[in-house]
Ligand binder design. Structure first.
Ligand SMILES: Cc1cc2nc3c(=O)[nH]c(=O)nc-3n(C[C@H](O)[C@H](O)[C@H](O)COP(=O)(O)OP(=O)(O)OC[C@H]3O[C@@H](n4cnc5c(N)ncnc54)[C@H](O)[C@@H]3O)c2cc1C
Length: 437
């Protein structure tokens, strides 16, 4: 175990905290001991994943637990295609862990730096009308609860708790094991194209329904949507990957390196942003390739930004997007970062942003050196008016009272928290705001 009191900061540099002491347990028993010790000392304790949440959800003022030493496979059920992982496992470790078993995760988000526990705890999602977020792939969890005991929820025990614990905002305890329902390894055929935005919007839902995984980006001040359409193919389908050099030029040099320079230039001279965005349009996206699923789903993001993302009833997706577009025009803001639009199937997790409704997502971003306040507040007002639910890991200002109105199972979640963590051992300021004290 390591100790230290250096300042912890998240990826987006929106949160900073100097915890009382840090711990790095290397076994589940060590997690149990640390939870009991923190409770005895009256210190809050919390698992911190990769720190990729933009909100203060992972802030641990007392004892942050780094679970990097708790990673890897615990067991594999080949018949059911289920794999149990330790909670600190990073998503980027999964291809090497799952491929020997001929398995893969059914869907992923944009990047793979997160931990499995962190990703499911905030409702991390990708895109696809027939697919839910990562937490919907969870068929079992084991947590260390506030008294240091183990609680397992799966299809055989405490199954009624699984829809809460699988997407638990870190509020119930420390996830030490996560069992995923995997699928046979598969290949994705990807088509990435620039298209006229005005032609795309009227057919948006049809386009999303036409392929397995559809999304688009729009750089404000341009008329072009960068669409991504991925079709699933069997695992033995022939692959035609992007050549490594071409991938590096596209994804690292152009999409990240040149883009970083352009964003920095936009901070000192906002007037150049529309021209920069038209250039960015040309730097990314016009390619077709086939590769193993994880290589297509995830990319690297090295340009630091801040993000807000809202989940809307699918039927409001186009309206929400068009209102944001109109707002940017009306207010004359110069926004260098794109808006991302994705979709997901309805699910039955209590606090999933797609709980009980087919969902469209609108994500807005700002370069991390730019003040997102006014823009994000304007977007949030639009989304809230359309019944939107904020991503738990991305910036928003909603509180328990307003969130209760958009989540039918909100009070069940709060009651379960009262039962499992009455003393708020796993609490922090963010959870107090979004769940109530
Ligand atoms: C560049 C970038 C790209 C992103 N892309 C996407 C995307 O495509 N789709 C999407 O939906 N989101 C995306 N996100 C958001 C990100 O996936 C979530 O914020 C996710 O929670 C981060 O995982 P993490 O491991 O960093 O968790 P952290 O941010 O460190 O923690 C998140 C929460 O999980 C809890 N937690 C972590 N480990 C445990 C554990 N073992 N037990 C109990 N609780 C735990 C923490 O206490 C906290 O409450 C992106 C973020 C960034 C910075």
């Amino acid at each position: 175990m390591t100790r230290g009191t250096a300042v912890w900061t998240n990826w987006a540099r929106t949160e900073h905290i100097r915890p009382v002491r840090r711990e790095r347990p290397d076994s589940i028993q060590a997690v149990q001991r640390l939870v009991r010790a923190a409770a005895g000392a009256g210190l809050p304790i919390k698992a911190v994943g990769a720190g990729h949440s933009f909100t203060g959800i992972a802030v641990a003022p007392g004892v942050p637990l780094d679970l990097d030493a708790l990673s890897g496979i615990v067991r594999v059920d080949r018949d059911r295609q289920q794999v149990t992982l330790l909670g600190g496992t990073r998503l980027h470790q999964l291809p090497a862990l799952l491929e020997p078993h001929g398995l893969a995760m059914a869907n992923l988000g944009d990047i793979d730096r997160q931990t499995i526990a962190g990703a499911i705890s905030t409702g991390t999602h990708g895109t696809g009308l027939g697919f839910g977020g990562i937490a919907t792939q969870v068929v079992g969890v084991t947590i260390v609860t506030a008294d240091g005991s183990l609680l397992t929820a799966d299809s055989e025990q405490e199954s009624d708790l699984l829809p809460a614990l699988a997407l638990g905002l870190g509020a119930f305890g420390i996830l030490v094991e996560v069992t995923l329902q995997c699928v046979p390894a598969f290949v994705l055929h990807a088509v990435e194209r620039p298209e006229p935005l005005d032609g795309l919007l009227p057919t948006l839902l049809d386009r999303a329904a036409a392929v397995d995984h559809f999304e688009f980006y729009w750089f404000p001040h341009t008329g072009t949507a960068l669409t991504k359409s991925n079709r699933r193919l069997p695992g033995d389908a022939a692959v035609q990957p992007i050549r490594p050099v071409a991938r590096w030029v596209d994804d690292t040099l152009l999409a990240n390196g040149v883009y970083r320079v352009l964003c920095n230039a936009g901070v000192v001279a906002p007037g150049i942003v529309p021209r920069v965005n038209r250039l960015a349009d040309r730097l990314v996206g016009d390619r077709e390739f086939t590769d193993r699923s994880t290589k297509v789903f995830t990319t690297s993001r090295t340009v630091r930004f801040r993000e807000m993302e809202y989940a809307l009833p699918l039927e409001h997706l186009r309206t929400a997007f068009e209102r944001v577009r109109a707002l940017i025009d009306e207010r004359g803001w110069r926004v260098s970062f794109p808006i991302e639009v994705r979709v997901a199937a309805a699910d039955s997790l209590w606090l999933s942003t797609a709980s009980d409704r087919a969902t469209g997502y609108v994500a807005v971003h700002r370069f991390f050196r730019e003040e997102p306040g006014e823009y994000f507040r304007g977007v949030e007002a639009i989304m809230t008016g359309l019944g939107g639910r904020p991503h738990w890991g991305k910036l928003h200002t909603r509180d328990a009272q307003s969130l209760r109105a958009v989540y039918p199972r909100f009070d069940d979640f709060v009651q379960l928290r009262d039962r499992l963590d009455p003393g708020r051992l796993f609490g922090n300021a963010y959870l107090a705001r979004v769940l109530g004290a």
